[in-house]
Structures are given as C-alpha cells and as structure tokens.
Design a protein around this ligand. Sequence first.
Ligand SMILES: NC(=O)c1ccc[n+]([C@@H]2O[C@H](COP(=O)([O-])OP(=O)(O)OC[C@H]3O[C@@H](n4cnc5c(N)ncnc54)[C@H](OP(=O)(O)O)[C@@H]3O)[C@@H](O)[C@H]2O)c1
Length: 287
Amino acid sequence: MRTIVITGASRGLGLASSAHLYKQGWRIVAAMRSVDAGLERLRAATGASVDDPRLVGIKLDLGDSSSIAQAATDIVEHVGAPDVIVHNAGLAAAGSAEETPMEAWHQLFATNLFGPVELTKALLPAMRKKGSGRIVVISSQGGIRGMPGISTYSASKGALERWAESMSQEIAPFGLGVTILVTGTFKTEILTEQTPDYGDHNGPYAKVYEGIHTTGREFVDKNAAPPEKFALALSAAIDDDAPIRRRTVGPDAAGLYIMARLLPGNLVHKIIRKAMKLPAQNALKNA
Ligand SMILES: NC(=O)c1ccc[n+]([C@@H]2O[C@H](COP(=O)([O-])OP(=O)(O)OC[C@H]3O[C@@H](n4cnc5c(N)ncnc54)[C@H](OP(=O)(O)O)[C@@H]3O)[C@@H](O)[C@H]2O)c1
C-alpha cells in the first residue's frame, strides 16, 4: 500500500485528488486546517468508514511553524516516510503590486512557499532514509510568467517552482524526485468573489482592474474544468520517476507555457495586455 500526503485536502483540487487516489488504493494522509470537517467530506466522497486506516487526517496550518512541525511528527508516527507529498494547499489574492498590503504578501508566501518548504524539510530525513519518494508541487500559469493583478500569487508560485528545481538536484542522489504541476483553470473556490481583492476599483488602477476582471471572469466561466480532471492528471504524475518532471495540466496552462518558452518576453507582454484588455503603454500617464 502506497502512502500519499496531500495538503489542503479539505476542498477543491486537494479533496478531489484525495478521493480519486483513495479509490485507486492509496493510503491518504489528508493534511488540513479543519480535520473533522475535511474528513467528513472525504468520507462522503469515498464511502470510507470512520475507522478506515487508509484515510488519515492530520492537522496542518501552513501559516504556523509549530503546526507544521507537529504535522510532520504525526505523519512519520502514523505512516512512516510517505511515498509522495503533494504541496497542494494554496491561497490567491487579487490586486496590483502597489495596492496589495505587505500583510497579504507575508500570508501568501507563508502558505504557498514557506509552509511547503518547512514541511518538506521536516519530512526529508525520513524520506532520504527510505531512499524513495516524490515531492509534487502545484504551481500555476501565474508561476510560468508574472500575471497582472495577482503579483503576490505569481511571485509565490514562481518561487515555489525555483525551490523545487533546486531541491530536485540535491535530493536525486538519495533516490527522491520532484514533479511540478503547472496547473490551468479549474472550478474551485480559489477563483471566486471570496478571493481577497486588495485593489481600489475607483483608484489609479481602476482601468487595469476593469480589463482583468471582465476578461478573467469570462475566461473562468468558459474554461474552468472540474477538479476531478485535475485528479486524473495528478494520479498520472505521481508515478514519474525522472529526478525532475514538469507537467502542464489543462490546455490553457499548456498554451501559456509554450508561448512563454517560444516567444520573446516583450511579445508575450503585448499578447497578455491585449488578451486581458489592459490599457496600452503610456495610456494612463498623467491621468
Ligand atoms: N483552481 C485553479 O484554477 C488553480 C489553478 C492553478 C493552481 N491552483 C493551485 O491548486 C492548489 C489548490 O487550489 P484550489 O483551487 O483547490 O483552491 P481552494 O479550493 O481554495 O482550496 C485551497 C486549499 O488550501 C487550503 N489552505 C489554505 N490556506 C491554508 C493554510 N494556511 N494551511 C493549510 N491549508 C491551507 C484550504 O484549506 P481550508 O479549507 O482550511 O481553507 C483548502 O483546502 C493551490 O495551490 C492553487 O494555487 C489552482
């Protein structure tokens, strides 16, 4: 029986992936802020019983170092070194780089980068000792290229990818590997009106936000795929055995990934500006 730790298993992509992999026979370590509520949802989605040893709930708040240390101890105590860790839990925030407050930067980086780094550091000794295992990070289109209106999110995902790449070279000699899943648009709560928006919609960036919001909403309405599709992609990715593998999930992520690799940065900037209906260069000068 193989064991997979999935952070943020309480909803969205983490819930769908945990349910799918449970049905495939994996032992799921669901690391969540609200364990009782999360386990209830997972049991409803899988049909698992309350005492099912293949569904283990672990308390984890990525914004709290002591919670991360305790979660790592609990994981090793319950299941030993996991075969796979999926760093899925994540936060998004909207707003220009200028208007997003520093507290939001700190919160996002704590959840999307420092928490995963800390949890991995705590689990690596056991995984190295075992001599096999995979660390999967869930990145985003915003990690391929800095996207307007979500600089905190883009920066955290870009940093997450660079961290994962660096680490892959260090841990490959110990039999461990890394997969980066560059994820497109899926229908979850990360992309709703509840996403914190720090932009002043009547302020200097109003026209920038207008383009991003109308085109963004249209895009999500038309293209967001069900989380179950993501679960299938994750399920294929966890069997990777190369020291590092980057996969795109969804046609939008694949399209942006190819475009950003093939075209000059200036041209990509222009294409994104047009696609998102952003004001042209100099258009807001002295406005
Ligand atoms: N959906 C997309 O279109 C999309 C696209 C690209 C990348 N992604 C990435 O996919 C991952 C999952 O996102 P999602 O779409 O499933 O979002 P979601 O529905 O909003 O779920 C986010 C998950 O992260 C957990 N979480 C948030 N802060 C946490 C913290 N401090 N400690 C522990 N867990 C925390 C949440 O737990 P609570 O229930 O406790 O809040 C929840 O389980 C994220 O890394 C996201 O960046 C998503």
